[in-house]
Design a protein around this ligand. Structure first.
Ligand code: PGA
Length: 244
């Protein structure tokens, strides 16, 4: 399977810059071997999905609500994302878990709602620095997976250690390989044969200078990229480092 490179723009992107970035990606995408997804802020989602229709770049949301509609001021339902042209959605990003207090059960409900709306779910897990230092990272990620993934999960898992997000620090290749092997074993134990093929992404300070190294780690099926996805040439360099 070709590797998947996902750009998570987070709360960045005004119309002009967002459109320029999307256009640049669409122009370069036919020469890339990997698959590309961008997750812009909600304000740009519909316009960029329209702009990118027919291109090799897919569009995703950064979060969704668990309910299909209703009195939830400020929230966005999964069917709305699909209606706006999204094919993917990130759930359980550590910034949602941290700043919005999202629990595993809430993440799971969001993942269920997203799948029901026809979206491909990118479910994020990852330990804090303290959890790794105390040797609990495997246990923490196992609990997040057990609690956050629905019974019939058929999406993508992104391993993002919190201490690597936005810090410029990345785990060693051995650490990533060990965690991905751990996640793979848990997915197979739970989902059987289906668990052998669910894509696993690595995320946390992926940039042009380390992408080739990180993308070559066993069972890394691609990358979830934050900061570096906001700079066209940087994001394209990461995409060029990916396998087809
Ligand atoms: P970063 O963010 O690439 O800026 O570290 C990754 C993420 O939070 O998805």
């Amino acid at each position: 399977m070709s590797q998947l490179i996902v750009g998570n723009w987070k709360m960045n992107g005004l119309r002009e810059a967002g459109q320029a970035l999307a256009r640049g990606l669409a122009a370069a995408a036919p020469q890339l071997a990997c698959q590309l997804v961008i997750c812009p802020p909600f304000t740009l989602l519909a316009s960029l999905a329209a702009e990118l229709r027919g291109s090799a770049v897919a569009v995703g949301g950064q979060d969704c609500h668990a309910a299909p509609h209703g009195a939830f001021t400020g929230d966005t339902a999964a069917p709305m994302l699909a209606d706006a042209g999204a094919s993917h959605v990130i759930v359980g990003h550590s910034e949602r878990r941290h700043y919005h207090g999202e629990t595993n059960a809430e993440v799971r409900a969001k993942a269920e709602a997203a799948a029901k709306a026809g979206l491909i779910v990118i479910a994020c897990v990852g330990e804090t620095e303290a959890q790794r230092q105390s040797g609990h990272e495997m246990k923490v990620v196992a609990a997040q997976l057990a609690g956050s993934l629905p019974e019939d999960f058929n999406g993508i898992v992104a391993y993002e250690p919190l201490w690597a997000i936005g810090t410029g620090v990345t785990p060693s290749r051995d650490n990533i390989a060990a965690m991905h092997a751990h996640i793979r074993a848990l997915l197979v134990a739970r989902f059987g044969v289906a668990g052998t093929v669910l894509p696993l992404l690595y995320g946390g300070s992926v940039k042009a200078s380390n992408a080739a190294d990180l993308l070559a780690v066993p069972d890394v099926g691609g990358a979830l990229v934050g900061g570096a996805s906001l700079v066209l040439e940087e994001f394209l360099a990461i995409a060029r480092a990916a396998r087809g």
